[in-house]
Ligand binder design. Structure first.
Ligand code: PMM
Length: 394
């Protein structure tokens, strides 16, 4: 299974002709070094691909693809790095998984290799099912949509059915709108502007905008010359961070650090993103927190409201408690914290509770309100409330 925390997937193209990194990672050592530094900069998953999917690219042989990716997968997996294998071939997927990769990323959404879904089903690993309308060689020819958003959503839904018919567990499917694959700039923007519609299909969503051609056009100079591939990282990071805040499960990027920085800045400004939540209100417990001696000795009641931000779309479909957070366990942990080791300030208590909540695997955001209705304040008053909003990693 995969995490529901926002995922930054670092791109490692081990191809001599990748359009965006110029094939600089074509030796095993430089690939391993690049991946290790992406992880140090905040990548949760490294996506390794041996075959270029650049528009117009020719296919390579199975042997060449295996020779490029497997040694890198082996070395990085051995270091405990979470690897995704970017391939359209079931043989490469199977070999990479046995070399230690943990998930498959198929840009053809199972359409290129009819065995792909069956093999992935038997491997029991997650798969990214991307929207695709044909091979790289011809994908930018004859692009036709009456309504790109509606058609991409419908075609992705069809692919999820095919994946499940082949035996892939619903919880192992991640969708991807396939930005730049058989799409003009206007189609890409339409899809990105309608993330909610894509999310409504009901699966975690991966989006890859990094360094793509439509950003080159957006950033074109006054003569209309597109911005160079290597100078699209600021726009890529801004767009990717925005998509994560909009509820995407993950983003696939070249510049991990820029994306991670942009996401942190966005979350600091807007810590309450448009994500699903579970609220626990009025959890009352006795504790001994406070600055004054009599508060420490006699204690008093505190009450907590907790808003837990997490994606519930998966559990909403599976109806399995294991696919969401168990709120009874969160409640127990909040009560234990109130009843536990005293602290002076309810600010500190709110911070500790928020940190405890973020330790639950799927929780990415926690807003904690601590009420102290019997606080030592002269005269009549209703309540004292402190609110702490905290994002995972902040
Ligand atoms: N884009 C590329 C390659 N693989 N995989 C997924 N899931 N989504 C994408 O958008 C995607 C992909 C092409 O970009 P690159 O050549 O820069 O890696």
């Amino acid at each position: 299974m995969f995490t529901h925390a926002p995922v930054i997937m670092g791109i490692l193209n081990v191809t001599p002709d990748s359009f965006s990194d110029g094939g600089q990672f074509d030796s095993v050592k430089s690939a391993v070094d690049a991946a290790t530094s992406m992880v140090a900069n905040g990548a949760n998953i490294i996506d390794i691909g041996g075959e270029s999917t650049r528009p117009g690219a020719e296919r390579i042989s199975l042997e060449t693809e295996l020779a490029r990716v497997i040694p890198v997968v082996e070395q990085l997996s051995a270091q405990g790095i979470h690897i995704s294998i970017d391939t359209m071939r079931s043989e490469v997927a199977a070999a990479a998984i046995s070399a230690g990769a943990r998930m498959v990323n198929d840009v053809s959404g199972g359409l290129s290799d009819p065995q792909m879904f069956h093999v992935v089903a038997s491997l029991g690993v997650p798969i990214v099912v991307m929207h695709w309308r044909g091979p790289s060689k011809t994908m930018q020819e004859n692009i036709r949509y009456n309504n790109a958003l509606v058609e991409v959503c419908a075609e992705l839904q069809d692919r999820t059915k095919a994946a499940m018919n082949a035996g892939i567990h619903r919880g192992n499917i991640i969708l991807d709108p396939g930005i730049g694959f058989g799409k003009e700039a206007e189609h890409n923007w339409e899809l990105l502007r309608n993330l909610d519609a894509l999310l409504a299909i009901g699966y975690p969503l991966l989006v890859g905008v990094s360094r793509k051609r439509f950003l080159g056009s957006l950033l074109a100079d006054t003569e209309g010359t597109p911005r160079d591939v290597g100078a699209r990282d600021v726009a890529s990071a801004a767009a990717s961070a925005y998509l994560l805040q909009g509820g995407a499960w993950g983003v696939r990027v070249h510049d991990v650090q820029a994306t991670s920085d942009a996401y942190k800045a966005l979350c600091a400004i807007n810590p309450d993103p448009a994500i699903d939540s579970i609220e626990l209100l009025g959890l009352r417990e006795f504790g001994h927190h406070g600055v004054l001696e009599h508060e420490r000795i006699n204690g008093q009641y505190f009450s907590v409201d907790a808003t837990l931000g997490l994606s519930i779309s998966h559990a909403a479909h599976t109806d399995h408690l294991a696919d969401t957070v168990n709120y009874a366990e969160v409640a127990d942990s909040i009560r234990a914290r109130i009843a536990g080791e005293p602290v002076d300030l309810i600010e500190k208590l709110a911070e500790l509770i928020a940190t405890d909540c973020l330790a639950f695997p799927q929780v990415v955001f926690a807003k904690i309100r601590v009420h102290k209705p019997d606080a030592p304040i002269e005269g009549e008053f209703g309540d004292v409330i402190v609110t702490r909003a905290k994002f995972i990693g902040s």
